[in-house]
Design a protein around this ligand. Structure first.
Ligand SMILES: *Cc1c(COP(=O)(O)O)cnc(C)c1O
Length: 864
């Protein structure tokens, strides 16, 4: 029978232990082992049954048990102590507060508040609002911001059933289910008006319809996370479905989600400020393009307060940071322009924001672009005064990929920098390792983003102890692997009597290689199967066997990905290898937390350079795992020859099959000739001494780098602070800076076609120029209606190759020398010759203004 109404009945906790409710609703428990232990100790069996969900646990405890706990003085005191610790965590000054004081008088002080928008947040398996790396990164960003005291507020959507749960059919095909979440049973609270009614965000839809949402707030330690939920009574049936699934529907459904996330998200922030007194953010960080409409809504707000569109755009850009996450086109949202026209034109138009302007923000109006689409990443770059990729290599790839937006500039000058991703170690590292590290080696990366990990190089933790710990972690994974394989086979229709063999699946003594991630084609789940016989030989080697633990979800619409999974599952089903290779269905945070600590080697073999960063290998390394990976993403940056192995890439090979053959062969060779021999090379104590040296070196060298605290600190200092400073400069004195900048840009744009380099003179060098000589340059330029202060005239110089192309160049500004009539002037200066060999230079004019984050910013240049 179908219920006509549903609600969740909450347990009323006895007064003595009422604080447990606060502990359960602050997600800090998800990375704070002592808090989790309190819940586990309440009822260990029930804790397992509810999969480590404190809210569910409290709801399931009977009145009798609660009364007994309330009468237990020891327990009551433990709860009080935990809550004191949590309050202290919230209130005490942390890294950001100290750093803010140090930077207070500098040109780039730290901002008062930052908003962080993302379509998904992976914080704990209890709140399944993520599909993969992008969401996990967002979760780690918030948690580390909390640990560092960074005043961030997260903004996202609450999906009715999150991402799908994966299982397998008998023949190894991925099956998806979408369990519906009960928002009242999640660790969330409803944002309410003063009268107690839910606060409502409303966004207009075509046809005079409206999309309403309530705001559910997750407490991520010190960081509030606002999640917009459209499944509310105020909506019509169709609107209620807008937040039904993460990446569920196609074009229009996705657009409605992004409209709610961006436009609705800004409105939710305003409600949040009004109802809680929280300061308005000075910086808006958009995690990938999905939330890009937030800039459009902020423009609307400013136009309403009296600015022109162009002035508002300048103010918004100054305070916006855009992070691009993928060089894979399928990862970038593109909508038909007509659809955008429907949602931002006519009766849906935001006052003061003409639809033509919105369309222009996402137009692919550059070489190779598609004139019929609206590109969310392109809009992100146009609305973000500062932009970055997520590893050094990905920064470079992104500059090349988006060069078309800055025509006339070299890819190296494209204003996209990089901040390499990091991971939140308290979430991902086994508590045994964290405890050892903190108590015996004095390493605490949570308190400080620059903690040294060199303690791992000493003998504070001995070889035997470290090896025994690795064995414990591997054994735990083996147990968990068997449990999951058994469950998977039951789901696939096998009876318990058929499954005796599962007791011998995996071994706690065998070299364990992990491979888990989403299954888009470029990640090449099945590269290891390229030569099945070779893989079989490695798995079943009588002396030095390896075992593989594999997991990953394919996007529900991606049949190709599902075929790859099926191929792998079929291989893993074969009787002679099924004890050495397993596919574990439903890769999620909970599984990941068992997987990373238990694996000796973490394998990653993407098609270079399509992996923007990758973070699972970082999590493995912090647990004492060694990486075996293609030099892509973060590994390209930090592989040093001793912290793991690099699988050689066949980058230049165009035939993809041939490339896979080459790279797979290199992978097999590495495992057979280097990885396995080192793992099984034991001394008289049974300890693989050289292996442990690699682990120690990995922990010491990568430990400080791969922390999300390092990443968040970098964002704060390199991007948030300059963005806030730029925003303040434009907004001060009733936006006079924004008005002036918009006016200036208008003038420069309309006058730019008359700017040119007329003629260049040089001198100062002898017959045979030598290192140390000075080349003097004088450039005669026409500026039309612009003045000499509006531009910078630069010498671009450096070593030239055969085609006169300047490979690595430097720019040297010239100074105004003379002004003539009709907008003509000359600029002069000198360039020192620093290196021997072929040298070349050219001269160009670019716009100049203190409000430009870079001289390429406007995409205008006049070359000689
Ligand atoms: C870390 C993590 C990812 C991302 O891993 P990549 O290496 O970036 O592919 C995806 N899913 C889960 C559950 C994770 O923990």
């Amino acid at each position: 029978m179908r219920a006509i109404r549903r609600f969740t009945v909450r347990t009323l906790l006895p007064r003595e232990i009422a604080d447990l409710d606060d502990l359960a609703h602050d997600l800090r428990w998800s990375w704070h082992e002592p808090s989790r232990r309190i819940f586990a100790d309440l009822d260990p069996e029930l804790w397992r049954e509810v999969h480590g969900d404190p809210v569910a646990l409290l709801g399931a405890l009977g009145a009798e048990r609660l009364a007994a706990l309330a009468a237990d003085q020891g327990f009551v005191e433990r709860v009080r102590e935990a809550v004191r610790d949590l309050r202290d965590y919230h209130e005490r000054d942390r890294w950001y507060q100290h750093r803010a004081e140090e930077l207070a008088g500098s040109p780039t002080p730290l901002p008062r508040a930052i908003a962080y928008f993302s379509p998904e947040f992976g914080i704990t398996s209890v709140l399944p609002q993520y599909s993969g790396g992008l969401g996990i990164l967002a979760g780690d960003h918030l948690k580390s911001a909390s640990d560092l005291g960074v005043p961030i507020v997260g903004v996202g959507l609450l999906y009715g059933s999150g991402y799908f749960k994966q299982s397998l059919t008998r023949d190894g095909w991925q099956a998806e289910t979408y369990p519906v979440l009960d928002p009242d049973g999640l660790p969330l609270s409803v944002l309410r008006e003063e009268d107690g009614s839910p606060a409502v965000v409303t966004v207009g839809l075509p046809g005079g319809r409206a999309l309403h949402a309530h705001v559910r707030v997750a407490t991520v330690g010190r960081v509030p996370l606002l999640l917009l939920d459209a499944n509310v009574p105020e909506n019509d049936d169709a609107a209620r479905k807008v937040t039904d699934r993460l990446y569920g529907g196609g074009g229009e459904h996705r657009l409605q989600q992004e409209l709610l996330l961006g436009v609705g998200g800004v409105r939710a922030l305003r409600l949040w400020s009004r109802l809680t007194g929280a300061p308005a953010p000075e910086v808006y960080h958009t995690n990938e393009g999905h939330a890009g409409f937030l800039g459009v809504e902020r423009i609307r707000e400013l136009v309403e307060s009296g600015l022109t569109y162009d002035e508002a755009l300048e103010s918004v850009r100054a305070g916006t940071v855009f992070t691009t996450h993928t060089p894979v086109p399928a990862g970038i949202d593109r909508f038909g322009r007509d659809l955008i026209g429907t949602y931002f034109g006519g009766e849906c138009a935001l006052p003061g924001v003409p639809v033509e302007q919105v369309l222009a923000l996402g137009a692919e109006d550059y070489d190779g672009g598609d004139p019929t689409v609206f590109n969310m990443a392109v809009m992100g770059l146009r609305l973000g005064g500062r932009a970055n990729g997520v590893s050094l290599l990905h920064g470079e790839v992104s500059r090349g990929m988006f060069n078309g937006l800055w025509p006339g500039f070299d890819a190296r000058e494209v204003p996209i920098t990089s901040v390499t991703n990091g991971v939140h170690s308290p979430t991902w590292v086994a508590s045994e390792i964290l405890d050892l590290q903190r108590d015996r080696l004095g390493i605490d990366p949570v308190a400080s983003p620059s903690a040294s990990f060199d303690g791992w190089l000493g003998d504070g933790v001995g070889d035997e102890e470290l090896w025994a710990l690795r064995h414990t972690l591997r054994s735990r994974l083996v147990e968990e692997g068997r449990r999951r394989v058994r469950k998977s086979w039951r789901d696939r229709g096998a009876s318990p009597a058929e499954l005796g063999w599962v007791d011998d699946v995996l071994s706690p003594d065998v070299l364990t290689i992990g491979f888990a991630r989403r299954v888009p084609t470029y990640k090449r789940l099945t590269l290891m199967l390229r030569d099945p016989e070779r893989l079989r030989t490695l798995l079943t080697d009588p002396e030095r066997p390896v075992q593989l633990v594999v997991a990953g979800k394919s996007h529900p619409a991606d049949d190709q990905g599902k075929r790859l999974i099926q191929q792998l599952v079929r291989f893993a089903d074969e009787h002679d290898v099924r004890h050495r290779i397993v596919f574990l269905p439903n890769y999620d945070i909970a599984m990941a937390q068992d997987l990373y600590p238990g694996c000796d080697v973490w394998l990653n073999n993407p098609l270079r350079p399509l992996e923007a960063s990758g973070t699972s290998g970082m999590k493995s390394s912090l647990n004492g795992g060694l990486n075996l990976s293609i030099l892509d993403g973060w590994w390209d940056e930090w592989f040093d020859g001793e912290n793991g192995w690099a699988i050689p890439t066949a980058d230049g090979v165009d035939d993809p099959d041939h490339r896979d053959d080459l790279e797979a062969a290199a992978l097999y060779d590495l495992i057979e000739q280097q990885v396995a021999p080192r793992f099984y090379d034991r001394d008289e104590r049974g300890v693989p001494v050289r292996w442990l040296q690699m682990i120690r070196h990995t922990l010491a060298s990568l430990g400080p780098k791969v922390q999300a605290t390092r990443m968040v600190a970098e964002y704060a200092e390199r991007l948030y602070a300059p963005a806030a400073a730029a925003g303040r400069a434009l907004d001060a004195d009733r936006f006079s800076g924004a008005r002036e900048l918009a006016d200036w840009k208008g003038r420069v744009r309309s006058g730019w076609d008359r700017v040119r380099v007329d003629h260049v003179e040089s001198g100062g060098l002898g017959e045979v120029p030598q290192v140390g000589d000075e080349l003097s340059v004088r450039a005669f330029v026409s500026l039309g209606d612009l003045g000499p202060d509006d531009v910078e005239v630069q010498v671009v110089h450096g070593a030239v190759g055969e085609d006169d192309y300047i490979e690595e160049f430097t720019t040297t500004p010239l100074a105004l020398a003379e002004t003539f009539e009709a907008g003509r002037c000359s600029f002069g200066g000198a360039v020192r010759l620093e290196a021997s060999g072929p040298f070349g230079y050219t001269v160009r004019v670019v716009p100049r203004h203190t409000g430009l984050p870079s001289s390429a910013d406007m995409g205008l240049v006049a070359n000689a």
